[in-house]
Ligand binder design. Sequence first.
Ligand code: ZN
Length: 271
Amino acid sequence: MPELPEVETTRRGLEPHAHGQRITAFRVYERRLRWPVAAGLPRTLAGQRIVATGRRAKYLLLSLESGTLIVHLGMSGNLRVLPADAPRILHDHFDLVLDSGVALRFNDPRRFGSLHFTRGDPQRHRLLAHLAPEPFDSQFDGDYLWRITRRRRVAVKQLLMNSRLVVGVGNIYASEALFRARIRPQRPARSLSRADCARLVRAVRAVLGQAIRAGGTTLRDYLKADGSPGYFRQRLYVYERAARPCRRCGTAVRAITQGQRSSYYCPACQQ
Ligand SMILES: [Zn+2]
């Protein structure tokens, strides 16, 4: 599933191809995404220039002259840059055709992705208005994490993955950040000290930042029509490494289940 680093990687991959381009046509092949694509959208979008690209949580934002397109990749979606006349493949649902001759093409086998257009401030759109802070926001700091953990008995990993408290920390990154911060995933959130909270915030940012940079590297081939979504590859310390030696100390990595998701940790490095 695309997580925050994949969405940011997608944004960075699109940016040089999209910025400043005019949309010559919006072609919809399948309107039934998570929410139906608005019927009048082709007429609304045609002729508008893309003035900026952005991201909020896992939403991609394309700022146009008269509003903003809000794209969500869902569980399985990707937005690729292709020559506008590239043959369509199964699950291609829409094309934003640009005057440079390329198309931003959305493919999503499971159709949990979505596309909205708003003329107002996108941050006040119903999909974005109530989102928690971004991991890279100054608001998400050690004090914030300390405050929100005080009364919570829930395991720290589940708290990190709660998008009402901080957005964009998925299963892989929660496990990896806790390893870096040397905190066991099952620790009750309220047992964290101020120092633990500060270390964990730094670890979350470091892991996500590294994944974004790694994703940027694989996206050099972004113009290829092979459908490769360009997900990052990086050196994981514990995720999906059950029973294998910890990369730091050699102790066997353990796997446990928390809230139906697998968590991984080193019993020697993490307390
Ligand atoms: Zn270890």
